[in-house]
Design a protein around this ligand. Structure first.
Ligand code: CTP
Ligand code: MG
Length: 165
């Protein structure tokens, strides 16, 4: 049965990935002059950027470390590191395909922008720990885009963001 308990359990499980995914945004705001693109500014065979300026080494490393920190606070550093790195890996793979279909950095690509890091986090968690909880996966797949849109709307209302989405 779907209870509030399962919901909280799923959110606590994925928390390192959530925060790993958010961390690069703040880093970018604070250290905007020191961003090193993962693709080193290079293009793919189609003449478009491999990943784009939105995917940096700083974001990848910092996000993974934040994942580890959240994991540490929750009682397991390794799980946090794996979920954090997996989240940013998923985000990176998403951007690769986003560039291939011609969407520029920052353009919206629903629902992949919202769930990329969930897919990456669950994949890496499975690869490292050989565990996959289907209920958590489905709950988070549905809940995450809703939370995403709600927080963006809040950010807009608080004048932190220009668009309400
Ligand atoms: N970011 C980063 N490094 C990463 C991931 C994210 O520096 N590995 C920072 C970038 O400043 C990015 C911001 O976090 O602009 C928001 O991330 P995201 O929405 O995933 O990137 P977009 O800029 O929207 O780029 P894309 O179109 O490739 O998704
Ligand atoms: Mg984006």
């Amino acid at each position: 049965m779907l209870s509030i308990y399962v919901l909280v359990e799923a959110l606590l499980f994925i928390l390192p990935a959530y925060l790993a995914n958010i961390a690069p945004v703040f880093f970018h705001k604070i250290f905007s002059g020191y961003n090193f693109p993962i693709d080193f500014g290079r293009n793919f065979f189609d003449g478009k950027r491999i990943f784009g300026d939105g995917k940096t080494w700083n974001g990848l490393i910092l996000g993974t470390m934040i994942g580890g920190l959240v994991g540490y606070l929750e009682g397991n550093v390794n799980i946090g590191l794996v979920l954090g790195f997996g989240a940013l890996f998923g985000d990176l793979v998403k951007s690769f395909f986003k560039r291939r279909i011609g969407k520029v950095r920052g353009a919206s690509w629903f629902p992949f922008d919202q769930i990329d890091f969930i897919l990456g986090a669950f994949l890496f968690y499975y690869l490292f720990f050989r565990q996959f909880v289907l209920t958590h996966f489905f709950i988070l797949l549905i809940l995450t885009p809703i939370l995403h849109l709600a927080t963006n709307w809040l950010g807009f209302k608080l004048k932190l963001k220009k668009e309400p989405w």
